[in-house]
Write a protein that binds this ligand. Structure first.
Ligand code: MLT
Ligand code: MN
Ligand code: ZN
Length: 309
């Protein structure tokens, strides 16, 4: 194998989208961060809604969630664009970590009769299966493959994934009167991805870090983790809504029981915040909140970021 082809092998991850639901700026928002983004201020990067693409050979890619911004993300990412003549896509598979709109609606952008595989837990595939709009992605050429928690599978040659439960809640569009916000089950999962001995963990939504999660994260080389809100009450304080982050199934970055505190013992892991809401002040470059997160050893994902664990 020539050195150049050797260097093209190995686990690669591309951040297609680093924002939470709504992206940055959000269509109807004039919060501090969105206002800077609408004005084109260089301190705030625009962000699409969260998704990661991973590959081993650089030719075949797995999407971790199908963001509602997927079409825009493909336009921005040459690696995901068709090669050669006729119909083709480097997107070989999509894995869903839950069925939130920002994570699943992008399937509808993949409806032009292109073969690929959709992976998810039985609960996730049942939810998608019960909603007939997703039948537009023809099951005859796009098989849906259910995988149980803790059962490793190989969505791309040389790339192994194990799904694990992460405390979370049902998607907003399936909420009923009473909502349990940190359910451990098949509804919200993380993905432990391994190729050639390198390990990446993806957990864009997490209500609480359990001891099991701490052990699992400690074994990863790279962790992409829920960075939705900086402060649990930031939506309320800014007059933008009546929900805390925890009510939305997302633990805050700061404060007691927040991510910085809970994962302070994981300094040996490259830790990257993703799924960052537009109200989160870490999105303002040069802000004290950004400085605090960086001083704690965390990186902040941006669209187009490339990571080789
Ligand atoms: C979330 O992450 O809490 C959801 O994406 C919210 C939503 O569906 O808008
Ligand atoms: Mn979301
Ligand atoms: Zn905003």
């Amino acid at each position: 194998m020539s050195p150049s082809s050797a260097s093209s092998q190995g686990l690669r991850a591309l951040v297609l989208g680093s924002g939470a639901g709504g992206g940055v700026p959000q269509w109807n928002c004039g919060c501090r961060v969105c206002r800077l983004a609408w004005n084109g201020d260089s301190h705030v990067k625009p962000r699409t809604q969260s998704s990661l693409a991973v590959s081993v050979d650089g030719a075949n890619w797995l999407l971790l969630n199908a963001s509602i911004d997927l079409r825009q993300q493909i336009l921005a990412t040459p690696a995901l664009q068709p090669k050669g003549e006729g119909r083709h896509s480097p997107i070989a598979a999509v894995l869903l970590t839950n069925t939130d709109v920002d994570h699943a609606a992008g399937l509808l952008s993949l409806r032009e009769r292109q073969p690929f595989t959709i992976w998810g837990t039985p609960v996730t595939l049942d939810t998608i299966g019960a909603n007939r709009i997703f039948d537009v992605v023809g099951r005859d050429i796009v098989p849906r493959r259910a995988v149980k928690l803790g059962e490793p599978f190989e969505p791309l040659p040389g790339l192994t994934i194990e799904l694990f439960p992460v405390p979370g809640k049902v998607p907003l569009w399936l909420e009923e009167e009473e909502v349990k916000t940190d359910v451990i089950g098949e509804g919200t999962v993380g993905a432990a991805i391994e190729a050639a001995g390198r390990k990446l963990v993806y957990a864009p939504g997490c209500a609480r870090v359990t001891e099991d999660l701490k052990k699992r994260f400690a074994k990863a080389h790279v962790l992409f983790f829920d960075g939705t809100l900086f402060a649990d009450d930031e939506m309320i304080i800014n007059g933008l809504g009546d929900k805390t982050g925890r009510r939305m199934g997302h633990m805050p970055v700061s404060g007691p029981g927040g991510t910085l505190e809970e994962l302070a013992g994981h300094a040996h892991v490259r830790r990257i915040l993703i799924h960052i809401n537009n109200t989160n002040p870490i999105l303002i470059e040069g802000s004290p909140e950004e400085a605090k997160v960086k001083a704690a050893g965390w990186d902040i994902a941006f669209d187009g970021m490339e990571v080789s664990p």
